[in-house]
Design a protein around this ligand. Structure first.
Ligand code: SAH
Ligand code: SF4
Ligand code: F3S
Length: 489
């Protein structure tokens, strides 16, 4: 198969989770009077939030459009995770502001993590931003847009301990009708020293499991065949009908009075029971919290995909401590061993890695590489450290690894990952994989693209198969990013 097919499918796969991807709203025409254009940056949770925002705006008279030139309102749903993410948004704001000069009645809003981080600074610095709204204040959007239209300053960046938007049915943007995201919790209570998320997303809170199951069931009824449950740390999901307060729930659990508490293992079981034909995925698992109970539940249900995104960040215990990840290299290895023991070699494992964190030495960097040798990750998202204002690391640690050293270490991590992605793919050769078809391969109308349970992209000749089908594919070739094969009976 030609190389171009492979390259496009690498992009496909990255766009699923990468933090530098942009997603724009699709064209929708239900006859509403006004048009909303949303562009989303950052993680899947941010993309899922844009679907909540579209739903709230739809109930207030807006259709979404894929053409920003036609919009009455433009929202940028932003990310603050690395400096580059914020720079991209600022450039985009400058583009939109040019349109606003021509069309003064246009309302421009900044939503999401950058809105939360910069608050009214955004209104002051970027004179042409009309609305600034943080991730917990989206219900207030119609009011705020109304105020902006009257020329008033429109900002709401209050964070909440309760908001989960559980009752809002998202408008699926850019959906292929097969895969959908479901947010199961919001915020993060970990304080990884490099990370802005606890500041931009607030305290962790879990969503009512019944509303999650209902959403999964609705999606299945509409023809969707895969849901991905989203949270910054899904393993700490906890919910009780009595009291939805994390400290209270943890205390009850310690006292052995946990019967009524639904944890993450219980939740994935509930969602898996919607239908054996609905695949269940989740992201992100935290090494400190992932339990054997979760792994056993994954094993019990064929439709819970055998793939775990388990970000290591570093392979060195001193660096992990500085990062405040609250686990060691040995603990991480123990969790990987448990995955291999309970779910076998086929279970996909991926990671996030940060190169050149504060004071990281050459030997410590080597520990990251040797952890990669041990685990042989199928895939990784790899970054060099970018200091973020307000984080623990920015306050207490010196960002002292020179940029060229960070970049060189990152390149070594990337090179190693490529090697293992290819090696892991080669283990899949000469086997039959159950593939859920997601669409036509971007490069060839004659081929379909889907994924196996371990989250690997599989390309094969179309025949009479279509989107949403499960197809058994015998894989006989691969690249670093893709498996290639033919359907079998
Ligand atoms: N909740 C997830 C991570 C969310 S952020 C977890 O705990 O694993 C996604 C990834 O961005 C992180 O895993 C980390 O690798 C990277 N990242 C976060 N802050 C960063 C920073 N300041 N510089 C570089 N990479 C960062
Ligand atoms: Fe950030 Fe750590 Fe929370 Fe992940 S677990 S979102 S890295 S603070
Ligand atoms: Fe970015 Fe916020 Fe997600 S900082 S990665 S959009 S939680």
């Amino acid at each position: 198969m030609d190389n171009i097919i492979q390259d496009i499918d690498i992009l496909d796969r990255n766009s699923r989770e990468a933090t530098d991807t942009v997603i724009t709203s699709k064209e929708e025409n239900t006859g509403k009077a006004k048009k909303l254009y949303i562009e989303s940056y950052g993680c899947q949770m941010n993309f899922a939030d844009s679907e909540i925002v579209s739903s709230i705006m739809k109930d207030n008279g807006y259709d979404t459009t894929s053409e920003f030139e036609q919009a009455d309102v433009i929202f940028l749903n932003t990310c603050s995770i690395r400096e580059k993410a914020e720079q991209t948004v600022r450039k985009r704001l400058a583009d939109f502001n040019k349109i606003k000069k021509r069309k003064p009645e246009l309302t421009i809003g900044v939503l999401g993590c950058m809105a939360e981080r910069l608050k009214d600074k955004l209104l002051e610095e970027e004179k042409l931003v009309d609305v600034v709204v943080g991730p917990d204040a989206y219900r207030d959007l119609p009011n705020l847009v109304g105020s902006a239209e009257e020329g008033l300053k429109a900002i709401n960046t209050l964070l909440s301990r309760e908001e989960t938007y559980a009752d809002i049915s998202p408008v699926r943007l850019n959906s292929n009708g097969v895969n959908a995201f479901i947010s199961i919790m919001r915020g993060c209570d970990n304080m990884c020293s490099f990370c802005v998320v606890p500041f931009t997303r607030g305290r962790e809170r879990s969503r009512d499991p019944h509303s999650i199951v209902r959403e999964a069931q609705d999606l299945f009824d509409q023809g969707y065949r895969e849901v991905t449950l989203l949270g910054q740390n899904v393993d700490s999901y906890k919910w009780s009908p009595e009291e939805n307060n994390k400290a209270w729930l943890e205390k009850k659990e310690k006292q052995g009075e946990a019967e009524a508490i639904i944890n993450f293992a219980n939740l994935i079981e509930m969602v898996a029971q919607v239908s054996p034909d609905l695949r269940v995925r989740f992201s992100t698992s935290h090494p400190k919290d992932i339990t054997n109970e979760v792994l056993h539940t994954m094993k019990k249900y064929e439709n819970i995909c055998k793939y775990i995104h388990l970000p290591a960040q570093s392979g060195n215990s001193r660096v992990l401590e500085l990062m405040n990840r609250t686990y060691t290299r040995e603990w991480y290895i123990n969790r990987v061993d448990a995955i291999r023991e309970i779910l076998g070699e086929e279970c996909g494992i991926s990671s996030d890695m940060i190169a050149g964190f504060c004071s990281e030495t050459e030997e410590e960097h080597q520990d990251t590489l040797s952890l990669m040798d041990y685990v042989k990750f199928d895939f990784s998202y790899m970054f060099f450290y970018s200091e973020r204002p307000g984080t623990l690391a920015a306050k207490k640690l010196k960002d002292d690894v020179p940029l060229e050293v960070k970049k060189r270490r990152l390149q070594e991590i990337i090179d190693k990952q490529r090697q293992y992605s290819f090696e892991r793919n080669k283990l899949d050769l000469n086997k039959v994989h159950k593939v859920l078809v997601e669409g036509t391969s971007k490069r060839s109308e004659e081929h379909l693209s889907g994924r196996n349970s371990a989250n690997k992209v599989v390309i094969f000749p179309k025949k009479n198969f279509k989107k949403g089908d499960y197809v058994n594919v015998f894989v006989d070739d691969c690249t670093t990013a893709t498996l290639l094969g033919n359907s079998v009976d």
